[in-house]
Design a protein around this ligand. Structure first.
Ligand code: GDP
Ligand code: MN
Length: 385
C-alpha cells in the first residue's frame, strides 16, 4: 500500500484554482449553524469570513438551527450575506431540554451546584442542553436528513486563509470520517467521570482500539489516589426518573476502569467537517445513549467536543481522521495558524508511531517524515492574512 493510503496528509499545498475546483460536482453537504437571535452580529462575522475564503466559489447551503424561533429580521439579514441556499429550522423538545426519564429537579440542582463551584458554563442550563443536542441529536434533525456531510460553523469565528479546494470531496476521496483543525485540553472539572463511562462503553461492547483511543489516554498515569480520585466513583442515579435501567458504573463495568486515565485531549468541535452517517450509526447511537443515561450531561457539564472525540477514539482509526492543518481558523482566544504548520508535520502522538509493523514500510515512512520542511511560503495554507 502507498503511504498516502495509510497516513493523513494535507489535501492541498499552497493555492489551487478555486474556480476550477468549483466546476466539479458538489458533495451532498451543508454548513450547520446553531444560534440564537441575539447572536446575529457574531453569525454575520462568521458568514462573511467563510463566504470570502471559501463559499463564494462553492455555494454550499446553510442550515440554521435554534431551540427558539428565528426572528424574521435574523433570517432576512443572514440571507443577504450569501447567495447560497439557506434553511432555518426549529429544534423541538425531543432534541432539546430534559427528556422525561430525567428528574428535572435533580438535574437543576446538579446544575446549580456546578454554578456555585464556578465551573465554566456549569451553572447555565441552556449550555447543558446545547452540549447534549450537539452530542446526540443535531444529525437527526429533519433539515439535515438529506445530507451526507456537514461543516459546523459558529458565531464569532474567523478563517484566515483561502480554502481553494472542496474539503468534502477530498474527505470522501480519502475515505475520511471526521476532520478537525484544533485539538486542546478540556477543563477537568467539567468532565470528572466522562472517561470512566466512555471506557466502560468500550469494554461493555468488547471494542478493541483501532489505534485512535491511545490519543486520549494519559501516557503515564499518575499514582492512584492523587487528589483527583476523591471524585465520585459513579454519577448519582437519582437523576433517573423511571426504568431505563441502572447506569451505575459498577453495574455496567465491574472492572471500573483500572489503569487508564483521560488526558483531557479533544478535537475542538466548534469546527468540524464530518460524515453524518457515522453519527447515525448504531455504534455511535449506543455510545451516546450510554453516556446520556449516566446523567453526565446534567450532573457534570460534558461538552460535545469530548463526547465526539471519545466516540471517535472508541470507534474510529487514525486513518479515518483528517487534520485540516492548512485551515487558518480562530474562535475566541484559540487559533490555528497554518504558517506554523509545514505540510509534513509529524504529530507527536502515539497512534502515528503505531500504524505499521512492517519494517520496510516503517523505513519508507521514517525517511518521508525526515525530509526537510518546505520553506514557509511553500507550506500549507493559501493567501493567509
Ligand atoms: P462556546 O463556544 O463553548 O463558548 O459556546 P457558545 O456560546 O459559542 O455556544 C456554542 C454554540 O451553540 C454556538 O453556535 C451558539 O450559538 C450555540 N448555542 C449555545 N447556547 C444556545 C442556546 O441556548 N440556544 C441556541 N439556539 N444556540 C445556542
Ligand atoms: Mn462559541
Amino acid at each position: 500500500r502507498k503511504i498516502s493510503e495509510r497516513h493523513d496528509k494535507v489535501f492541498a499545498t499552497g493555492c489551487m484554482n478555486p474556480e476550477e475546483a468549483a466546476k466539479q460536482p458538489r458533495a451532498n453537504a451543508a454548513f450547520v449553524v446553531l444560534a440564537r437571535n441575539k447572536e446575529l452580529e457574531g453569525v454575520i462575522q462568521s458568514i462573511k469570513s467563510i463566504e470570502r475564503h471559501f463559499n463564494r466559489w462553492f455555494h454550499y447551503p446553510y442550515v440554521f438551527l435554534n431551540d427558539g424561533e428565528f426572528e424574521q429580521d435574523f433570517k432576512d439579514t443572514i440571507t443577504n450575506y450569501t447567495s447560497a441556499p439557506v434553511e432555518f429550522g426549529k429544534i423541538d423538545n425531543t432534541m432539546w431540554g430534559y427528556p422525561d426519564w430525567v428528574d428535572h429537579e435533580v438535574a437543576r440542582e446538579g446544575i446549580r451546584k456546578q454554578g456555585d463551584a464556578a465551573i465554566m458554563y456549569g451553572g447555565m442550563e441552556s449550555y447543558h442542553h446545547m452540549c447534549r443536542f450537539y452530542s446526540g441529536f443535531f444529525y437527526k434533525h429533519e433539515l439535515l436528513q438529506k445530507y451526507e456531510w456537514y461543516w459546523r460553523l459558529e458565531p464569532e469565528i474567523k478563517y484566515f486563509c483561502d480554502i481553494t479546494y472542496d474539503p468534502f470531496i477530498e474527505m470522501a476521496r480519502a475515505n475520511k470520517t471526521y476532520g478537525f483543525t484544533i485539538a486542546v485540553k478540556e477543563l477537568k472539572e467539567t468532565v470528572p467521570n466522562i472517561f470512566r463511562y466512555a471506557s466502560a462503553y468500550k469494554r461493555k461492547h468488547n471494542i478493541k482500539s483501532k489505534g485512535l483511543w491511545e490519543m486520549f489516554v494519559e501516557p503515564q498515569p499518575e499514582k492512584q489516589d492523587s487528589g483527583d480520585d476523591k471524585r465520585a466513583k459513579t454519577l448519582p442515579n437519582e437523576i433517573l426518573q423511571t426504568e431505563p435501567g441502572h447506569q451505575n458504573i459498577e453495574d455496567i463495568d465491574p472492572e471500573n476502569m483500572e489503569g487508564e486515565k483521560y488526558n483531557m485531549c479533544h478535537f475542538w468541535s466548534n469546527f468540524e467537517i464530518a460524515r453524518l452517517d457515522w453519527f447515525r450509526s448504531r455504534e455511535y447511537e449506543e455510545f451516546f445513549d450510554m453516556m446520556d443515561k449516566s446523567g453526565g450531561f446534567w450532573m457534570e457539564r460534558w461538552g460535545d467536543a469530548p463526547i465526539h472525540s471519545l466516540a471517535a477514539g472508541a470507534l474510529l482509526a487514525p486513518r479515518d481522521i483528517h487534520y485540516f492543518r492548512d485551515f487558518g481558523y480562530r474562535h475566541t482566544t484559540i487559533q490555528h495558524c497554518p504558517a506554523n504548520a509545514p505540510a509534513r508535520q509529524l504529530p507527536h502522538i502515539p497512534w502515528y508511531e503505531k500504524t505499521t509493523e512492517d519494517e520496510k514500510e516503517r523505513k519508507e515512512e521514517d525517511d518521508y517524515w525526515a525530509m526537510p520542511d518546505p520553506p514557509k511560503e511553500n507550506g500549507v495554507g493559501c493567501r493567509c492574512r
